[in-house]
Design a protein around this ligand. Structure first.
Ligand code: FAD
Ligand code: SF4
Length: 466
């Protein structure tokens, strides 16, 4: 049967889902996946593959879905992507693989992410344990590679090198693995069972993971070479929040998006039985319009806030968050204030936040980013609030660069690398992901891990194996 339109994804009802942390998007059934896969034209030029940062062989895996060979389809994805269940859920496909699908010209692109998620979930429903492949070259096992940080970039480099045959160890600062996938992205977008299963897959490939190790503090990066590691990959992400620098930022009730989400996701702050609950808030204002901002608004609703609004200094079309997440937030009742800039956080006599003072903006001439610059109008108003969350993005944490002699970095903290190999200014030390680019996307961090895995393999073969 020829199907013209994209098969929609079933979602939890917005009125129900704001009261729970269960996954919002419910996934394709087998019938839906087969119908959606049947639309794919198996294009010879493969534009979708070219716009996937890790080059997943998209037409090949979709053809296998058409034949109901779902496990084989997952195998094709895993050749290039060790986190298919994660990427099928959180990648901005509309800006990547799906943006070049030929169906954009007539109707909607193939729902590549939903199909990727379908095969990952299919495997999980059939096999309690993830299926891992044997390393390609067992003789490489004697060469040890260290990875700093267990987010998507570190996981990707580790999985890729382990598949080649290397002995890989990840050192993670937090007590849990996954990076932003665990402490940032909420469970209603990415259930932890999915993340845990994909991390189990990486462990099954032979990767060792140690938590509670802060490289730069527990030991220095260069100490790893004394311990017999022949190469190091730094994937420490971007965990230092950007703040506004406006009056009142120290009032009680003002948070950075990173801290607030970490307290909810990692430290279960929405549950009073845990040691670090957040103060109860009823009126939340979130500043920013990226993925972090959307996650904060929707988590605030689920944590008991009755009114949640976004304050964004540009317009709707400039919002950087995934289109699907903006729609989800709107459906759940988040209010959007466009062309509005916070000027001051206002407190009561006890030092608690009571309102956010904002200035109305209008769009002027385009700035360096090509987007029209928001310009203040001089007109101010207040939004009542007992919680304000500043979600304007993150820069890399300074710890590694300040404790590693000879590591060259950008003025804003990003580690400088050779784009082709991922190597830093120190021979044998590689880096990638948000630690290099500043906050970007899961798949770009994974793409950087792929590039560096090749670079590390070449480096070891040229400099260590003689
Ligand atoms: P991270 O995921 O940040 O992982 C770095 C890890 O290194 C962390 O676990 C950290 O604890 C550890 N670490 C740091 N310093 C040290 C040290 N000194 N020693 C040892 N370990 C250390 N992208 C998308 O594509 N889709 C989305 O929907 C999306 N939503 C997002 C929502 C939020 C709230 C946030 C904050 C980001 C979101 N992003 C999204 C961006 C995406 O999550 C990141 O670009 C991606 O996680 C970067 O991966 P990474 O491995 O470079 O770093
Ligand atoms: Fe299929 Fe679209 Fe890729 Fe063509 S571009 S192979 S239709 S997913």
């Amino acid at each position: 049967m020829a199907v013209k339109d994209q098969i929609p994804m079933p979602h939890q009802d917005p009125k129900v889902r704001v009261n729970n942390f269960d996954e919002v998007a419910m996934g394709y059934t087998e019938e839906m996946a087969l119908l959606e896969a049947s639309r794919c034209m198996n294009c010879k030029a493969m534009p979708c593959v070219k716009s996937c940062p890790v080059s997943v062989q998209i037409p090949k895996f979709i053809s296998l879905i058409k034949e109901k060979a779902y496990i084989e389809a997952l195998g094709v994805i895993k050749e290039n992507n060790s986190l298919p269940g994660v990427c099928g859920r959180v990648c901005p496909q509309e800006k990547q693989c799906q943006s070049t699908c030929i169906f954009n010209k007539a109707g909607k692109p193939i729902a590549i992410g939903r199909l990727e998620r379908f095969v990952a979930d299919y495997e999980a429903s059939k096999f309690p344990e993830p299926q891992a492949t044997e390393p390609k070259d067992a003789s490489l096992k004697q060469y040890k590679v260290a990875v700093v940080g267990c987010g998507p970039s570190g996981i990707t480099v580790a999985a890729t090198l382990a598949q080649m045959g290397y002995s890989v160890t990840i050192f993670e600062a937090l007590h849990k693995t996954g990076g932003v996938l665990r402490y940032g992205i909420p469970e209603f977008r990415l259930p932890r069972t999915i993340l845990d299963r994909e991390l189990d897959y990486v462990k099954k490939l032979g990767v060792n993971i140690f938590t509670n190790i802060i490289v730069g503090r527990t030991f220095k990066l260069k100490d790893l070479f004394d311990e017999g590691f022949v190469a190091v990959y730094v994937a420490s992400g971007a965990g230092t929040p950007k703040m506004l620098g406006i009056p009142g930022e120290n009032l009680s009730g003002v948070f950075s998006g990173n801290e607030w989400l970490t307290r909810v996701n990692l430290m279960r702050a929405f549950n009073n039985e845990y040691a670090t609950p957040l103060p109860e808030s009823k009126k939340t204002v979130v500043i920013g319009a990226g993925n972090t901002a959307m996650d904060c608004t929707r988590t605030a609703l689920r944590s008991g806030s009755e009114q949640v609004s976004i304050v964004y200094r540009r317009g709707r079309t400039e919002m950087p968050a995934r289109a699907e997440e903006i729609e989800n937030a709107e459906e759940e009742g988040v209010k959007f204030n466009f062309l509005v800039n916070p000027a001051e956080f206002l407190g009561d006599e006890k030092g608690n936040l009571r309102a956010v003072k904002c200035e109305k903006m209008e769009l002027g001439e385009p700035d360096a980013s090509g987007r029209r610059r928001p310009v203040g109008t001089g007109e101010y108003f207040e939004i009542e609030a007992d919680c304000a969350i500043v979600a304007l993005g993150q820069n890399p944490n300074p710890l590694i660069r300040t404790t590693t002699d000879g590591l060259q970095t950008q003025p804003w903290g990003g580690i400088i690398i050779n784009e082709e190999t991922g190597m830093t200014s120190i021979p044998g030390v590689f880096a990638g992901g948000d630690a290099v680019t500043g906050e970007a996307t899961v798949i770009s961090a994974m793409g950087a891990g792929k590039v560096a895995a090749k670079g590390i393999d070449a480096y070891i073969k040229e400099n260590v194996i003689k």
